[in-house]
Design a protein around this ligand. Sequence first.
Ligand code: CA
Length: 222
Amino acid sequence: MRILVIEDEKHIAGFIKQGLQEAGYAVDVAHDGQEGYFLAGTEKYNLIVLDVMLPKLDGITVCKNLRKDKITTPILILTAKDVVDDKVTGLEAGADDYLTKPFAFKEFLARVRVLLRRKEGLVPSTLQVADLMMDLMNHKVTRSGKDIPLTVKEFLLLEYLMRHDGQVVARTDIAESVWDIHFSTSTNIIDVHIFELRRKIDHGHKKPLIQTIRGRGYMIKA
Ligand code: CA
């Protein structure tokens, strides 16, 4: 298994490289976007770890270009904590997952392993609740076989609910996981998105899947 790490901050790149090598992976490091894009296009990798803020060519552009070149290698992007939109932009650009800096290496390695296994088809790449299906690789959602177009935020919110199928999730958990913000009762951003999800997913179906649990949060359940 060979991994390409595109990261300009030398100490982070070194720390990632060492950890991955200790975990048994072969690692190449590129220190700017141009070099990374070149290596990703000319060498064979099982995974690319891609920082967003890079000299010469930013990570989002690198990601977009690789997908345009039909390079399907899984991409894990590293985003800065204060740039909330990076992960949305990254996923829209074709990345498979994201991790916010600073991160614990254990968490990083877990994401790496999931992406590598998912690519090999060893991890289910779909989530299902009743007749609602989510394709995590292609970012597609269907209910009763019918396509449901979602915004990136709606997708992330639904993914979070579906990963906790049958469990009540609190607004605070949703806010932190999906929006990277601390929930404040003065914001209705989550309710607005739930409203939209319901309209798209449950409207016109006999059995609604998204439930409001009063005073506790939301739950998706078959
Ligand atoms: Ca950087």
